[in-house]
Design a protein around this ligand. Structure first.
Ligand code: ADP
Length: 320
């Protein structure tokens, strides 16, 4: 009998060969698949290593200038890395601002302390006449007042920025608030002019808005002409409620107008020496932001300045 029609021996042989080939090829194939997958996974997770390395480098070296810097792409890792880089950027800026703030605050406090120290040392060393002694005491008093004002402003600003000061937004009639405030302004009357539109109501914290108003009005007088005026206006414009403080004083040069909102910035420190710290407008802007509003400034040197708070008007049903 030849090779059977059923192909018995041949088929058996082929099957054996196939098994042999499979036994050799399959493990190799599996190893290749494993290595390939490992390489693909490792490669696709490489950006994650980069993110993690940068984060640890920032943490260990306290170096906020580091960035992940993945090439731009549309995949999730590129987007994640980009978001992290933006976060690092914001953190770096805010740390720099804090550092600057602390250094400015220390500098501002050091000046009056040095003056007081010098005055005390002089008084201890030399016999002062009663008049001179009185003068020294007055000077120490003035410096201490200045420091106390600065510390209060620093605390107020920090509390607002850290959100530790409670903000209670209630329906508030701006015109009424300013009218009541104006009645307490005593001898300023005559130089302080109120122009108040009726029924302008907002969601506001009257304590904070009065602090904002006081700061702006103080500045209006401080940087005004001796016989000048300060106007406080409450009005409505479209969807907005406006509270404006305008003066006919020295004005602010155009190139400095953006900077006056920065903490400790003073256009002319000699002009406000002993009377200011450069923190007032930073606080004004902070209060506006806490109300969801914004501040604008228009000013012309030698003609005067107008600082305007823009808030959302209450809807008619919310009016009081
Ligand atoms: P300061 O305590 O120095 O008044 P502010 O933050 O209130 O600080 O103001 C910052 C700077 O902006 C002031 O030093 C002053 O140069 C300028 N400025 C503020 N208000 C006025 C104004 N009404 N007219 C002119 N300059 C002003």
């Amino acid at each position: 009998m030849g090779a059977g029609a059923d192909g018995g021996p041949h088929t058996g042989q082929t099957a054996t060969n196939l098994v042999k080939v499979a036994l050799i090829v399959l493990p190799g194939f599996l190893v290749l698949v494993f290595l390939g997958s490992y390489w693909i996974v490792k490669r696709s997770f490489r950006p994650l290593d980069s993110i993690s390395d940068t984060a640890s480098a920032i943490n260990e070296a306290k170096d906020l200038s580091r960035r992940i810097g993945l090439p731009p792409g549309k995949d999730e890792f590129s987007r994640l890395a980009d978001t992290f880089d933006q976060l690092f950027e914001r953190l770096e800026r805010s740390f720099e601002t804090e550092k600057q703030f602390i250094s400015d605050a220390s500098h501002e406090l050091r000046t009056p302390v040095s003056v007081i120290k010098g005055a005390c040392e002089y008084a201890e060393q030399y016999d002062e006449t009663p008049e001179e002694r009185q003068e020294t005491i007055s000077m120490i008093h003035r410096q201490a007042e200045q420091m106390s004002g600065l510390i209060t402003q620093l605390l107020n600003l920090t509390r607002l920025e850290q959100g530790t000061e409670q903000v209670r937004l209630l329906s508030l009639n701006l015109g009424e608030m300013v009218r009541d405030w104006g009645e307490e302004q005593g001898d300023r009357q005559g130089r302080l002019i109120l122009e108040l539109q009726e029924g302008v109501t907002v969601q506001g914290d009257s304590g904070l808005l009065l602090r904002l108003l006081n700061n702006l009005v103080e500045n209006g007088f401080k940087y005004g002409r001796p016989d000048g005026h300060v106007w406080v206006t409450v009005s409505r414009s479209g969807e907005e409620a406006l509270l404006q403080v305008r003066d006919d004083g020295i004005g602010i040069p155009t190139e400095q107008q953006e900077k006056v909102w920065e903490r400790f910035y003073q256009v002319d420190p000699a002009r406000s020496r002993g009377k200011g710290s450069g923190l007032g407008l930073a606080m004004v802007q902070q209060i506006a932001a806490l109300h969801g509003g914004r501040m604008t400034l228009e000013s012309v040197p030698s003609l005067g300045s107008a600082f305007t708070l823009h808030l959302f008007l209450n809807q008619p049903s919310e009016k009081i």
